[in-house]
Design a protein around this ligand. Structure first.
Ligand code: PYC
Length: 321
């Protein structure tokens, strides 16, 4: 016997990073602000997140996107992003995946739309060739040159910035950002995150390392560690927004000039910014990329399946050594 109703999802990937968009089967979250709906999902129905993203129906790399109503009449939809261990604010690659999914479903034609997220409204433009350009929520740098002592590694200097999620952005890490080294990079970034959290920035849940690009057409390569212990296969849209805020604050990139951010797979996002408020240091980040539809699925849960709601081990926190 199956529990009802089944969960209908569409899987896409954006620059290599997967998004599982939930189009049916989650409970009614009672409407209202998307941030409030996220709270209801988290507090009362978190098992749905786990069933959809955790093994055996999902895996750690997946980011989920639940379509939900928005109280704003100018928004096409609301969306709540989540992952293997919890909830995100915004998600750049995920929003591009949602736009591609809405097109796939016939709910969106090329042109502009607005999408409501728990941290603000994002404007997206779907091009005829499938590319998606978005204007993210405002980004800013909260702290510059923060030095944290990472046990087993030594001091690391970085910036704390908001790009729709909280990031610690590091340049002087001494590591080679290559796919062959992701185990080492994953370990280091999780230890950096534990140190940053312990040293006064508990909200930072993403760590971003920067280095030289693999392709001369790009400006930089990154490696991004996400909250649940999986690294971002894409260049990370919210992480790129945080990077733009730091570049803007340093006077290292002018308004309107394109920054090509390469991710660890060698894929890239094009990005640029406009000042929102120069004195406060806030910017409007713009990003573009492309998502590809991969699968449509119906997730069933049999009532006597011990893993109907996912294998729910929380990712082990990496303790400072
Ligand atoms: O693209 O913003 C992003 C993102 C956040 C976590 C994974 N991807």
């Amino acid at each position: 016997m199956k529990t009802a109703p089944p969960i209908r999802v569409i899987d896409s990937h954006t620059a290599g990073e997967p998004t599982r968009t939930v189009i049916e089967g989650f409970p009614d979250l009672l409407g209202g602000e998307v941030s409030g709906q996220r709270r209801v999902l988290q507090e009362r129905f978190d098992a749905y997140r786990s069933a959809t993203l955790n093994e055996p129906r999902g895996h750690d790399v997946l980011v989920g996107a639940l379509l939900c109503p928005s109280p704003r009449s100018d928004c096409l939809t609301g969306v709540i992003f989540f992952n293997n261990t919890g909830y995100l604010g915004m998600c750049g690659h995920g929003l591009i995946g949602v736009v591609a999914t809405l097109r796939h479903l016939g709910r969106l034609e090329p042109g502009r739309c607005r999408i409501d997220t728990p941290v603000g409204v994002v404007e997206a433009t779907l091009e005829a060739d499938g590319r998606v350009a978005l204007t993210n929520v405002e980004a800013y740098r909260a702290a510059r040159d923060v030095v944290v002592d990472v046990p087993g590694h030594g001091p690391v200097r970085g910036d704390v910035a908001w790009g729709g999620n909280w990031f610690f952005l590091v340049r002087d890490h001494g590591e080679v950002l290559d796919l062959s080294r992701v185990a080492r990079l994953s370990d280091l970034t999780q230890r950096i995150r534990a140190a940053v959290n312990a040293q006064g920035y508990p909200d930072v849940d993403h760590v971003e390392l920067f280095g030289p690009p693999g392709s001369p057409e790009n400006h930089s390569r990154n490696f991004v560690m996400c909250p649940g212990g999986a690294y971002d296969r894409s260049p990370c849209g919210t992480g790129t927004s945080a990077k733009l805020a730091c570049l803007a604050a340093d006077g290292a990139l002018d308004e309107g000039v394109v920054w090509r951010q390469e991710g660890i797979l060698g894929t890239h996002f094009e990005a640029w910014y406009r000042w929102a408020d120069r004195t406060r240091g806030t910017i409007h980040p713009h990003l573009s990329g492309r998502a590809f539809i991969m699968a449509e699925a119906v997730l069933w849960q049999e009532v006597d399946d011990p893993f109907a709601w996912g294998i729910r081990a929380e990712a082990e926190a990496v303790e400072p050594r």
